[in-house]
Design a protein around this ligand. Structure first.
Ligand code: ADP
Length: 961
């Protein structure tokens, strides 16, 4: 429904609009064109007639705005006025020049501005005018001559009165005299200059007429001068002389009247050209064709036509006045029409508004009636609803009372429940505490077991050494059979103990996530075959068949031997343990999942696993039913499963009691990069997601066993010699016979390992160790301490001082040899670990070990001089308090790499950082990390990382975006 108020507002607005329109006065049509007129002088009848002619013509063109300027006979002023008219926006310019010469520049200006110029009455020297309108002065002169000949019957004397020295005078004169040549008996006896006025000519003319009494005719170049001539003739009593003037204008005192009154015989009409000039201007403005030169004709006015012309002129004037009056009337009518139209609009709008308001009022009234009816109906309905509500409220009251009763009952139940909840919560807390306590206890136990196992391993190794030496050494043949049997027993049980301890330690490592996979790509078939072969003797002894079935001759995959060795060892041990004599064990290696994975199956025909044991056999320390012969710990399968999972594989089994069991290890053939050994032979593929890994080692490779230098410090010459002799076949050996020289030699040579006696005169072995450890140059060198005393506190002292192994004399030489080897191998491992750590992270560990501290100091020193291209190893060694050789050997021992290679790795690693940052150009990065040439930098970078610095940056950018 439309809002009646809104509608009425609209209508009222319309009414107001009408009123406003009504009050607006009618505006005359705006002029569309401007015609500028520069008049040389406006005084004088001829000039006035020119203007009157223009105005007459313009009366028919209200769209034209007419701008006139009077130069009052000043050429300079006229120039300025033309300029002003152009400024005022004249579309066409009519110029009646004051002088021909002076106006050219003003005409040129109009031409430049593109405003057409119409010259009136006179030419100027400029050719740039659009049109010329003017009389034919030569023609006027000629017409005068012909008329004179007619009057004088072609004979008699004539006097000429000229105006000034202008072109008009010249042309009129020429026209006159040239035409007179045709009449030889007519002669101009003299000429007088009258300066276009009545008086100036009189003295000279009087004189001339006296001198030439035969004069019969005077030709004056204007009617005004003709009047002067008339006055002279009258004074001289020569009214017989005929006078011809020029102009022939109507009006009092002008040529037409003079002829009529007989003061002059004739006048040659010379049109001022006002109408014509305006007509040409209009043609130009309306882009119509026009003549450039508009020469106006002349007629002779004499007694024969003067009256007619006079009447025509009067008629023209009265017509002109009539036109003006009619125009005035027209304008008044237009104004009246405009205001009446406005009033009419206003009335129509008001009427419309009134009708609209009436309609909206009627509609509003009708709507109101409808609404009222609806309201009445609604009220009736409301009454019914209200009655219903009253009824419902009563019913609700009943329900509410019931609810109140039920709530009371619920409150009682809730209280009971909350008491029960409290109890449950207390019990749960108690359980959680118990669980936590159990966890802590288990953890403590495991820690204890782990520490204990560690403790067990050292004495077990120490037992194994001598036993091994006794059984296999030079004097083993002299052993009595019973002793050999006992020693064999000791060896087997020690081995078993060692295995258990190792398993326990592995278990712990898996638990705390310290076990890491370091896979290499190799042939799994060959690897498993080797393992199976080691079990063949035992299988033979137990009379169990052992078959190896590789489905394919070779199966390359990424595997960590250390991890899988333990897995397959346990599976094979179990198979052998739970398979009776005459049984069969089959080991199968086959690809699976379309070659993406591989399977190693160990199947036996043993006693199988009981269903009640099946769910538990992978639990730590779970043991099923044990045969009398088999001894177990319940760790084997749990460890195997933990290790297989670590290797991203699965360990499953199937078994039937009495039939046998099959254990299947399924492994992926590819492993993620983080599980691959970083010094793998495979080419180093670079990835942006991972920290950049620099391959450890350099061209020379890590220290090999034969290259390793061992320093023996022992004051007892025999023992010294004995130890040296034992080691010499395997290593390079140097000896010192006291602590002081030993220490000196150690600092000079930086050996790879030192075997040192504890009890020595002067500097004791413990002091030597302490000093070696305290000195950066030797802090990394492993030390084996030898002593005759086996007091435990001595051992503690030795370990505290920093010895790696403590051997009591008499020691087993084979065991010493193994210890040296183990320590060197450990050193190599540490080296590898350290170099990997070094490249993997640039962050400083909280408490670095001496090797890490050294590397940090070295790195810091290199970084201080990183931008220097001429940094030498000598300078670096000197800054750290090393000799060149000491630094070389230290870096080699700690990182397995040469010092120059290390410096380069620091430079290039810094370069990686700067390249990732993207603020410096590649060349700037090269200089920043101490490379004098871009190409050398680029080659070194490429050699290390396999791609050019620019590619590295591009990939980094791609990776980041
Ligand atoms: P154990 O040291 O007892 O062998 P494991 O963890 O290796 O511990 O094995 C757990 C249990 O699984 C064993 O006690 C044994 O009952 C059962 N079991 C393992 N391998 C076999 C097998 N090949 N045949 C039958 N039973 C086996």
């Amino acid at each position: 429904m439309r809002c009646p108020i809104c509608l009425s507002r609209v209508l009222v607005s319309l009414g107001l609009l009408g009123l406003v329109t009504m009050c607006t006065p009618a505006t005359p049509p705006r002029p569309i064109y401007r015609i500028g007129f520069s008049q040389s002088v406006s005084s004088g009848d001829w000039r006035q007639a020119m203007l009157a002619g223009m105005e007459r013509e313009l009366a028919f063109h209200p769209e034209i705005q007419f701008l006139m300027r009077d130069a009052q006979s000043s050429s300079q002023r006229q120039q300025q006025q033309i300029h002003d008219l152009l400024q005022a926006g004249a579309d066409v310019l009519i110029v009646a020049p004051n002088e021909e010469q002076a106006l050219s520049s003003a005409i040129e200006e109009a031409y430049r501005r593109g405003v057409p110029v119409i010259l009136l009455d006179r030419h100027t020297t400029s050719p740039h005018y659009a049109a010329y309108v003017g009389g034919d002065n030569t023609g006027v002169g000629a017409a005068a001559a012909r008329y004179a000949a007619q009057l004088l019957r072609q004979r008699g004397q004539i006097v000429e009165i000229t105006g000034s020295s202008s072109s008009v005078t010249k042309e009129r004169h020429n026209g006159f005299v040239q035409t007179l040549r045709a009449y030889p008996q007519m002669r101009v006896v003299g000429a007088v200059s009258g300066d276009w006025g009545t008086t100036a000519l009189q003295p000279a003319l009087t004189e001339l007429l006296r001198n030439y009494p035969e004069t019969r005719l005077i030709f004056a170049h204007s009617d005004l001068m003709a009047q002067g001539a008339y006055e002279v003739c009258r004074k001289l009593g020569r009214e017989d002389i005929r006078i011809i003037g020029v102009d022939g204008l109507a009006g009092a005192g002008n040529g037409l009247e003079m002829v009529q009154q007989g003061r002059s015989t004739a006048s040659l009409f010379y049109s001022p050209g006002g109408e014509e000039a305006i007509r040409v201007a209009l043609r130009i403005l309306h882009h119509q064709a026009y003549e450039r030169e508009n020469i106006l004709g002349t007629i002779v006015i004499d007694s024969t036509n003067a009256l007619t012309l006079q009447q025509q002129a009067a008629k023209l004037t009265s017509q002109q006045e009539g036109i003006e009056q009619q125009q005035l009337l027209l304008r008044t009518l237009q104004a009246t029409y405009a205001s009446q139209r406005t009033v009419l609009y206003g009335l129509v709008i008001s009427l419309l508004a009134a009708v609209g308001l009436g309609a909206s009022a009627w509609r509003a009234a009708r709507n109101n009636r409808r609404i009222n009816q609806q309201l009445a109906r609604q009220n009736e309905a409301n009454d019914a609803i209200n009655q219903e509500l009253v009824r419902q409220n009563e019913a609700n009251d009943v329900i509410n009372q019931e609810l109140v009763r039920q709530n009371a009952a619920n409150d009682v139940i809730n209280q009971q429940l909350s008491t029960q909840n409290e109890e449950i919560r207390a019990q749960r807390n108690q359980l959680a505490e118990l669980a936590e306590q159990a966890r802590r206890e288990t953890e403590a136990k495991l820690r204890f077991f782990t520490n204990f196992s560690h403790e067990l391993r050292t004495p077990l190794t120490l037992i194994m050494g001598p036993v091994e030496e006794m059984l296999t050494g030079r004097n083993s043949t002299a052993l009595q059979p019973t002793h050999r049997h006992d020693l064999g027993l000791i060896r087997r049980n020690t081995q078993r103990l060692l295995q258990l301890v190792n398993q326990l330690l592995d278990f712990r490592k898996i638990e705390v996530g310290k076990m890491a996979v370091q896979a290499y790509e190799e042939d799994v078939v060959a690897f498993v075959r080797e393992l199976v072969e080691t079990f063949e003797p035992a299988a033979r002894v137990q009379q169990v068949g052992l078959t190896f079935v590789p489905v394919e001759p070779a199966l390359p995959a990424w595997v960590d031997r250390n991890v899988l060795d333990k897995v397959f060892f346990n599976l094979l041990s179990n198979a052998l343990k739970y398979t009776p004599r005459g049984g069969q064990i089959t080991v199968r290696v086959q690809p699976d999942d379309e070659g993406r994975t591989l399977q190693v199956q160990v199947a036996d025909t043993g006693r199988g696993i009981r269903p009640q044991d099946s769910p538990h056999i992978f639990e730590w320390f779970y043991q099923g039913e044990q045969p009398a012969t088999a001894k177990g710990s319940g760790m084997g399968l749990a460890l195997a499963q933990g290790l297989v999972r670590l290797h991203q594989g699965q360990l499953t089994f199937s078994s039937q009691v009495g039939q046998g069991s099959t254990f299947t290890v399924t492994l992926p053939r590819e492993l993620p990069r983080e599980l691959r050994a970083t010094d793998a032979a495979a080419p180093l593929a670079f990835s942006l997601d991972e920290p950049l890994v620099v391959p450890a080692g350099d061209a020379e490779g890590p220290v090999s066993e034969a290259e390793a230098l061992v320093l023996v410090i022992e004051d007892n010459a025999d023992v010294n010699e004995f130890v040296a002799r034992k080691l010499r076949p395997h290593f390079r050996v140097q000896s010192a016979t006291d602590g002081k020289t030993g220490l000196q030699l150690a600092l000079e040579l930086i050996p790879d390992l030192i075997v040192c006696d504890v009890m020595m005169p002067g500097l004791s072995g413990l002091e030597v160790v302490a000093r070696l450890r305290a000195d950066w140059r030797t802090s990394h060198v492993p030390v084996i301490l030898l002593t005759a005393r086996n007091a435990p506190e001595q051992q503690v002292e030795g370990v505290q001082a920093g010895a790696d192994v403590y051997l009591t004399k008499p020691f087993n030489p084979a065991f010493l040899l193994e210890s040296v080897r183990t320590l060197l191998a450990n050193r190599a491992r540490q080296r590898e670990h350290l170099s990997r750590q070094l490249v993997a992270t640039t962050e400083t560990p909280a408490a670095p070990n001496p090797d890490q501290a050294f590397i940090q100091a070295l790195t810091a020193q290199v970084e201080t001089d990183l931008t220097r291209t001429d940094l030498t190893v000598e300078e670096l060694a000197h800054a750290l308090g090393f000799s060149r050789m000491q630094l070389y050997r230290k870096v080699k021992a700690v990182l397995g790499t040469s010092i120059t290679d290390f410096i380069q790795s620091v430079r290039l690693q810094k370069a990686c950082e700067l390249l990732r940052d993207e603020t410096l150009s590649v060349t700037a990065v090269a200089y920043e990390v101490g490379y004098a040439s871009h190409s050398y930098f680029s080659n070194s970078f490429k050699a290390r990382y396999g791609l050019a610095p620019s590619e590295f940056r591009a990939r980094h950018q791609a990776g980041v975006s």
